[in-house]
Design a protein around this ligand. Structure first.
Ligand SMILES: O=c1ccn([C@@H]2O[C@H](COP(=O)(O)O)[C@@H](O)[C@H]2O)c(=O)[nH]1
Length: 266
């Protein structure tokens, strides 16, 4: 089953559109073993309420080799729990380097089921990622409109809309309910969600910014298709560190966010 089909199937079966972000910071932990155990505990405790999990590569890379080992463990544990994995790496480069990124993150030893990619170098540089995703049943999330307040410096002036049109063009080359190329649209842009939903009807939308960045589940309904599929609302700190390192609080936060999203589904 492709990533898009698997995550949509899980959404329907478990009635959840929540993506749990894993961004393990160094500071709250006694040592690397503590960080590892807490990260895996949060994953397991929140899995019943999650449609997918999104490790942020920056936090794993920052740990060096133990970080890569932990990432492999996270991916393996997620697979055991039936959770599709989105690696948030925002990769993008000239074609030959993009090929290496695509090989590494979509097919290599640390591969996820999907990867976030950056289109800043031009649409042609997305091709190696698209080919790797299609060949392996993987998924991509192209940065269309990011959640941060200063995204408009470069993403304004219709740029996000142009990227969205390219995502839709790529999706038209594929069959299936949702295609392999999705889009990142910040949950913080509630007023724009309907526009991007309409521009990319067959793209899965990844909506980061739920919780700590100020986005509320109640405002996200326009990102979803009728029936409540087609988007994944993502929260990292608000789940992982809902109350310090209390794993029960992480579980409760994931359950609450799942329920808040379900309450507003079209
Ligand atoms: O537009 C974007 C794209 C990605 N992110 C990433 O999501 C999480 C958000 O963390 P929170 O703790 O839920 O704020 C983080 O890994 C970002 O790199 C994003 O925030 N916005």
């Amino acid at each position: 089953m492709t990533f898009a089909a698997a995550v949509t199937d899980r959404t329907r079966r478990l009635q959840t559109r929540l993506c749990v972000g894993l961004d393990p910071r160094v500071s709250p932990y006694r040592d690397a073993a503590h960080l590892r155990a807490h990260t895996l505990d949060v994953l397991e405790a929140t899995a019943p309420f999650a449609a997918c999990v999104k490790p942020q590569l920056a936090f794993f890379e920052a740990l060096g080799l133990p970080g890569f080992a932990l990432l492999e463990e996270v991916c393996a544990a997620a697979r055991t729990l039936g959770l599709p994995v989105i690696l948030d790496g925002k990769r993008g480069d000239i074609g030959s380097t993009a090929e290496a990124y695509a090989r590494g993150w979509l097919t290599g030893p640390h591969a996820g089921d999907a990867l976030t990619v950056n289109p800043f170098l031009g649409f042609g540089t997305l091709v190696p990622f698209v080919e790797a995703a299609r060949a392996n049943g993987g998924g991509l999330f192209v940065l269309v409109k990011t959640s941060n307040p200063d995204q408009g410096d470069l993403q304004g002036q219709g740029v996000s809309e142009r990227v969205a049109v390219e995502v839709a063009r790529l999706n038209a080359e594929e069959e299936g309910e949702y295609a392999s190329v999705g889009a990142v649209v910040g949950a913080t842009h509630a007023q724009d969600l309907a526009t991007f939903r309409a521009l990319m009807p067959r793209a899965l939308l990844l909506l980061p910014g739920l919780g700590t960045q100020g986005a509320a589940a109640a405002d996200l309904a326009p990102a979803f298709q009728p029936g409540g599929t087609g988007a994944l609302a993502s929260a990292s700190r608000a789940v992982q560190y809902a109350d310090g390192l209390d794993v029960a609080a992480s579980r409760a936060a994931a359950r609450r966010l799942r329920d808040e999203l379900n309450a507003v589904m079209p």
